[in-house]
Design a protein around this ligand. Structure first.
Ligand SMILES: Nc1ncnc2c1ncn2[C@@H]1O[C@H](COP(=O)(O)OP(=O)(O)OP(=O)(O)O)[C@@H](O)[C@H]1O
Length: 243
């Protein structure tokens, strides 16, 4: 097994005006659930997009299972599962066809794609909606379809940006179980969230991002995680303002 599912070394991407990601080092081990927390605009999505090759860094490098992402073969990309941009769903196709298509896009053979979609529909509790066109789904169910599409092919690296968005409490539990199951099977998981309680429940490690940098980690067992989070952010803001 490789040491890290994904590694970032000195990754930097600056947007006009100075916002972005300003030199991040990060590694996620097989079996690890790593949470990324930070205020709005901290750079979490940007970091995930850089990690997945959706955005090119100005400097630094990203490696997945030890291979620079520029050199990563399509079969290796197929072992990545993500929900970072809007949930993949073709409005005119029903849930099952959307998931079959997503499986095919991850390199799954036609013969296996239907069974995979059906299993995923069960897992995300979408059975009632299997034949419903995606455009008719509620926001939360569309999110479930997006998550199903990102998880069904049992990726070894999973990157989820605020995956609990729009999910009801039952959906949050279903997602938690799906993610933990895959981590136990060896996947490395990076998940961003604004829900510190939920993060504390699943994460092995919590990294705090502020103004484009990783400024520290929080122990998921900390009693008052919220206070610890704000304390880290405030200290960082004060240090930068003083500089
Ligand atoms: N394509 C872009 N062009 C210019 N600025 C951008 C672009 N994408 C992101 N930004 C800026 O980079 C910063 C980080 O944004 P990002 O979306 O990564 O934050 P985030 O931590 O995911 O926030 P949220 O919690 O609100 O989702 C913000 O100031 C944002 O406005």
């Amino acid at each position: 097994m490789p040491e890290s599912r994904v590694e970032l070394h000195g990754v930097r991407r600056e947007f006009r005006g100075g916002a972005g990601v300003h030199g991040v080092d990060l590694a996620i081990a097989p079996g690890e659930i790593h949470a990324l927390v930070g205020l709005n605009g901290a750079g979490k999505t940007t970091l995930m997009r850089l990690m997945l090759g959706m955005l090119r860094p100005d400097a630094g490098e990203v490696r997945i299972d030890g291979v620079r992402i520029d050199d990563l073969a399509p079969a290796a990309w197929a072992k990545v599962g993500q929900l970072v941009e809007s949930a993949l769903a073709y409005g005119e196709l029903d849930v099952r066809d959307n998931l079959r298509l997503a499986a095919r896009l991850h390199g799954v053979a036609r013969a296996e794609a239907s069974a995979m979609a059906d299993a995923s529909i069960e897992e995300l509790d979408l059975v009632r909606y299997a034949r419903v066109r995606a455009r008719r789904l509620s926001l939360g169910n569309r999110q479930r379809v997006g998550l199903a599409a990102g998880l069904q092919h049992d990726p070894t690296l999973i990157v989820l940006d605020e995956p609990t968005n729009a999910l009801d409490p039952a959906g949050v539990i279903v997602l938690r179980e799906a993610v933990v199951r895959r981590a136990r099977a060896g996947a490395g998981v990076l998940v961003s969230s604004h829900h510190l309680d939920e993060v504390a429940r699943v994460a092995d490690r919590i990294s705090v991002m502020n103004d484009g940098r990783l400024i520290g980690t929080l122990d998921p067992g900390t009693i008052d995680l919220e206070r610890a989070f704000f304390s880290l952010v405030r200290t960082d803001d004060e240090a930068r303002n003083a500089a």
